[in-house]
Design a protein around this ligand. Sequence first.
Ligand code: THU
Length: 125
Amino acid sequence: MTDLELFKAAKKAMHFAYAPYSNFRVGAALLTKDGKVYTGANVENSSFGATVCAERTAFVKAISEGHCEFDTIAVAASSGEAFPCGICRQFIFEFGDHIRVVVGSDEESIKSYKIDELLPHGFRL
Ligand code: THU
């Protein structure tokens, strides 16, 4: 699975976003170490703090189905590029500082970063 294929899967997942408050749709596609892809979208709530980001939706789906070794997560948004928020960076970091994050505003502009580049000195208990 290439970064571009994963980004395309994230773009597709974006269409399932529930984002009536921000109208900002985000999709994520998470590649496990053994080659499976779990997708997610942002799910908003009228109590705004209860909103779940696309990245965490994808992680929770994968982990709750028995996966906890990951390779790459791609993130796509309805406008521009969407870097994972701080909470999502910490969430990703939990599963290893090797995980790569692919972002881009379109298929031509995707770039990848290691999570420890996006979250230096992430928290570990
Ligand atoms: N959002 C994500 O899904 N991922 C991020 O990393 C940043 C923000 C969502 C949350 C909310 O539904 C909308 O984008 C606007 O903040």
